[in-house]
Design a protein around this ligand. Sequence first.
Ligand code: FMN
Length: 216
Amino acid sequence: MKEQDLSNYRKVYEKRELLTEDTPENPLELFRSWFLEVDQHFLEDETNAMTVSTIGLDGFPKSRVVLLKRYTYEGFIFYTNYESEKGKAILANPNVCLSFFWPKAERQIIIKGKAEKIPENMSDGYFESRPRGSQLGAIVSQQSEVVESRDVLDLNLKALEESFIGKEIPRPAYWGGFMVRPVELEFWQGRPNRLHDRIRYKLEENYDWTKERLSP
Ligand SMILES: Cc1cc2nc3c(=O)[nH]c(=O)nc-3n(C[C@H](O)[C@H](O)[C@H](O)COP(=O)(O)O)c2cc1C
């Protein structure tokens, strides 16, 4: 393949600014106001898509996109297979990083935190609210395991569909939510001349948040 030179890819960031005096004491409030603005004003596709990075059992970090399904002052919840590569990684080392990149708003948020399984009844509640196809998919897919072929997945789904006709589909024990309790959040707003705004919040031992401006 011929070498691809991307050095001319350049964008001027100029849509917004992030002034320290405009930032609230609690970073979850800033998360909420950015999220709502990105979703409703900038009309980003899949505003709730976030990258979750884990430290794997092989010692390598790995990142992949999942969907944020709920957030509160306590943390950020996503759903997955607890026996997937990420599930096993989190159970061995709960320190994770979440990140959002919202290009239409020229914004990035990076969150370090500790992931933990949410209570089973909460996972049940969310599983019940999913379309039947997604429920069956969660049962059919042994996420992150090697699968012989696409056909195997399709045939297993069909067989499962038939066996559950007229029946409620129970949540498999290996599928559920993780909550990431944040310890650090960094808000990045693109600015002209590469002098971007970066405000970092850290959770102190007394559970207060401190904030600092970082050099871009
Ligand atoms: C937009 C998008 C949304 C996704 N949402 C989820 C999700 O909510 N949960 C999930 O387990 N995987 C989701 N995935 C798939 C993951 O990126 C990943 O392929 C899968 O979880 C297996 O990752 P692992 O083998 O590292 O555990 C999504 C992928 C994309 C591109």
